[in-house]
Design a binder for this molecule. Structure first.
Ligand SMILES: Cc1cc2nc3c(=O)[nH]c(=O)nc-3n(C[C@H](O)[C@H](O)[C@H](O)COP(=O)(O)O)c2cc1C
Ligand code: SF4
Length: 482
């Protein structure tokens, strides 16, 4: 992962330890009722992919155990991981693209309700993403994947030569000569792996995204409702299809890009199809970026416009993240896929404890405050979820008291100690295991390995009944008495 050059070390702080009475009188542990959203407290576990589904995208017992463990901490809501809306192979990522997935999803929702004793709502994050290929080996790319065009022939003065001869010549070029011959996009495909974009409207399936996505999201959301989930979060954030429609870099000329109104059009159409499929009493919100944090990307002013539009359209909550883009991600190794959390924007999304003067805790606060203020000024009361480096009661309570947000999300701290919200609520904040923000978990996600936390994955490994990772070296969930 990219780290700011300053490399100032920030240590997590325990903050104050409220008594049980102080905690129960706090904003954080007060109920939230806003339209169909009804939470027992304003505590929220944002989506985190644990890489535990089976290869066909079905929930496994390990997925169910993972969420049941988070639910023991009784947060107001757990958003389960980005779950694919299409019925296409996607490895061990959960899917909701067909009715056959509903039963497995139901087991997750039931486990959250049961394990939290009914205190935690189960929401599910629904995602669409475009194809991303692994970085190819150079000869393989030039001999097999590259489409030889008239441009290559022109530049190489090989207009009438056999294709094999053109490929052989390309293979013989040094890096800088090759870069002169390939188009910018071909060069990128060689350097980082081919990656589809929403602006590739020359490709039929990309051109038709606005026609197919609303129904795909709507069917997946209906399945989530059938499975017993309490709400859905449409994934409009980070590096994926819907965020790419919202990006200021989206210059589609078919009415679905080019300016802010065009960019928000598909997200609104998806929302209205989902609403029709699930009904007015079912919470539907989205996660989107308060700032893309890339050159030429959407800024907080764009986020303000999008959030006002989405809230006016009737979204039930808005969860704000930042960054996490492919555009500035590091070059992957040959044979590996590009990972959207390795550049500056990736740092903004999941900041590490080695930081700049701003530090890793609350980097999204200012942008979130701006969005929420604009909504309130427009007379819109839509609840806002903030996240990013929140790991103690003082931060969380201040975020609510200062009008930054209505709900406090905490991903890595919840992974480090799934009981942490409950401990604070019970007056035991001094027993919370604090996240160190060294991003071991994120490193596992990058390698598509089962995600665990460095603080607990070697603890009590020899205890009986411990479920372990495939290599047997790590436990899959935090110890019961953690
Ligand atoms: C292992 C891991 C997996 C993640 N998966 C998702 C995901 O599926 N969807 C999503 O919106 N964010 C995902 N995130 C980002 C988190 O939800 C969160 O926005 C980020 O970690 C910053 O919050 P934090 O500082 O509280 O951890 C993931 C983060 C981690 C560490
Ligand atoms: S591995 Fe654990 S302690 Fe480290 S950043 Fe992830 S959640 Fe925090």
């Amino acid at each position: 992962m990219w780290k700011p050059p300053q490399r100032i070390a920030f240590l997590p702080q325990r903050g104050s330890v409220p008594t049980k009475e102080q905690a129960s009188a706090s904003r954080l542990f007060s109920q939230l009722v806003a339209g169909p959203v009804a939470l027992s407290s304003r505590t929220w576990v944002p989506a985190m992919v644990p890489w535990r589904a089976d290869n066909d995208g079905h929930a496994t017992q390990a997925v169910i155990d993972w969420y049941a463990r988070f639910a023991k901490g009784q947060p107001g809501c757990i958003v389960i991981e980005a779950t694919g809306i299409r019925d296409v192979p996607s490895g061990p990522l959960l899917r909701a693209g067909h009715d056959r997935f509903t039963e497995g999803l139901k087991r997750i929702a039931d486990a959250i309700h049961e394990s939290s004793q009914g205190k935690t709502k189960a929401y599910i994050q629904l995602i669409d993403y475009l194809a991303v290929k692994r970085r190819p080996e150079k000869t393989r790319f030039l001999q097999r994947f590259l489409q030889i065009t008239s441009h290559h022939r022109e530049v190489l003065a090989m207009r009438d030569d056999a294709e094999d001869a053109v490929r052989d010549r390309l293979c013989g070029l040094d890096e800088s000569a090759l870069q002169q011959v390939l188009s910018e996009r071909e060069w990128e495909s060689l350097q980082k792996g081919a990656r589809e974009r929403v602006t590739d409207t020359g490709l039929q399936h990309i051109r038709e995204l606005p026609a197919v996505l609303p129904e795909l999201f709507a069917h997946a959301a209906r399945r989530a409702r059938d499975a017993g989930f309490d709400g859905v979060e449409l994934h409009y954030a980070h590096a994926y299809t819907m965020a790419s429609f919202l990006s200021a870099r989206n210059n589609r000329s078919d009415g679905y890009g080019g300016n802010a109104s065009g960019r928000i059009r598909l997200p609104l159409e998806v929302f209205s199809a989902v609403r029709r499929a699930t009904g007015a009493d079912f919470p539907v919100g989205c996660r989107l970026l308060a700032d893309e944090c890339i050159e030429g990307g959407s800024s907080v002013d764009d986020a303000v416009f999008y959030c006002v539009e989405l809230a006016r359209a009737g979204m039930d909550f808005l969860s704000l993240s930042r960054g996490g883009k492919f555009d500035d991600a590091k070059q992957p190794k040959v044979g590996e896929a590009i990972y959207p959390y390795t550049g500056v924007s990736g740092y903004e999304c999941m900041p590490h404890y080695l930081s700049d003067t701003k530090g890793p805790f609350g980097r999204n606060f200012e942008a979130t405050r701006k969005v929420r203020s604009a909504l309130r000024a427009a007379g819109l009361e839509t609840p806002i979820v903030v996240a990013g480096g929140i790991h103690n009661f003082d931060q969380a309570e201040a975020a609510l008291a200062n009008g930054l947000a209505d709900i406090v999300g905490s991903a890595r701290q919840s992974l480090a100690d799934p009981n942490w919200w409950r401990k604070i609520r019970d007056g035991q904040a001094d027993a919370v295991h604090l996240c160190e923000y060294k991003n071991y978990c994120e490193g596992l996600d990058q390698k598509h390995k089962q995600v665990t936390c460095q603080l607990w994955d070697r603890v009590g490994l020899s205890d009986s009944g411990i479920e372990r990772t495939r290599d047997g070296k790590r436990r899959l969930t935090a110890p019961v008495d953690w």
